[in-house]
Design a protein around this ligand. Structure first.
Ligand SMILES: NC(=O)c1ccc[n+]([C@@H]2O[C@H](COP(=O)([O-])OP(=O)(O)OC[C@H]3O[C@@H](n4cnc5c(N)ncnc54)[C@H](OP(=O)(O)O)[C@@H]3O)[C@@H](O)[C@H]2O)c1
Length: 222
């Protein structure tokens, strides 16, 4: 399996490069950065994108052929979002605002919370993160049908990603805190997403971590 990594010099990209030698799959990884040719990257079986929305636009403008795409960037503009939705009708597309499996489980849990609970959402990231609220916080807010604000904290500390969900109802409360302590969690998820896409040829919609986790659950119980 040939993987093109688009945005290889960034934080997430470097982490994928570092994790790749420990990933137990038959694959080749080629790195692409600013100024690279999207046409060249399109020759891979699957492209992992982690170049932020600007880089994603360059990739989609120059994309050719049938490569599957794993989108890691958050805060995707409506034009790119529409392009991906159209492409997913005929080509494989995976998108995740967070490549962590446990965050996917938290998202699934959030869809089950009744509207009688009041929710509070807090996210904390390093100060280099450009978008606020984070894509993950928006994903959790959608799952919760959260009506209120999302509190975003940016810190000098290299906080890779913390998301806290608080639920209140009458005389009870529930707090769930998800914290990533190594970008290798994202890297592993991104590489596994690429494998999942290449080995599931009949996908015809944008899939994500929920689909990957459900697929693993099915495989575990067989
Ligand atoms: N899905 C997840 O689990 C997950 C996890 C973490 C982050 N993210 C998201 O992933 C994205 C990247 O995060 P990051 O922290 O790695 O950001 P980053 O450190 O700023 O890296 C961005 C990368 O994209 C490249 N780039 C920017 N514009 C480009 C262009 N026009 N053409 C080609 N490459 C371009 C940058 O190149 P230069 O170095 O030359 O600027 C850099 O290599 C963000 O949207 C972030 O929110 C997602």
């Amino acid at each position: 399996m040939k993987i093109a990594l688009w945005g290889a010099t960034g934080r997430l990209g470097r982490s994928i490069v570092d994790s790749f030698p420990h990933w137990q799959r038959e694959a080749e990884l080629t790195c692409y950065g600013r100024g690279s040719s999207a046409e060249a990257a399109s020759k891979a079986d699957v492209i992992i994108e982690c170049s932020r929305d600007d880089g994603l636009s360059v990739l989609l403008d120059g994309l050719q052929g049938d490569a599957a795409i794993v989108i890691g960037s958050t805060n995707i503009n409506p034009h790119n979002q529409k392009f991906l939705e159209q492409r997913a009708l005929t080509h494989r597309v995976f998108a995740a605002s967070n490549f962590s499996r446990s965050l996917a489980l938290l998202e699934a849990f959030c869809t089950m919370v009744p509207q009688s609970f009041e929710s509070v959402l807090i996210e904390t990231h390093h100060e280099g993160k450009k978008d606020a609220p984070s894509g993950t916080a928006k994903t959790l807010a959608r799952a919760l049908q959260h009506q209120g604000l999302i509190t975003s904290i940016r810190t000098h500390h290299d906080s890779i990603g913390e998301h806290e969900v608080r639920l209140y109802r009458d005389h009870e409360s529930l707090e769930i805190n998800h914290r990533i302590t190594s970008r290798s969690v994202f890297a592993q998820g991104a590489l596994d997403a690429a494998w999942f896409l290449v080995h599931n040829p009949h996908i015809n919609r944008i899939v994500g971590m929920q689909d990957l986790v459900k697929n693993e659950l099915r495989t575990d119980t067989q």
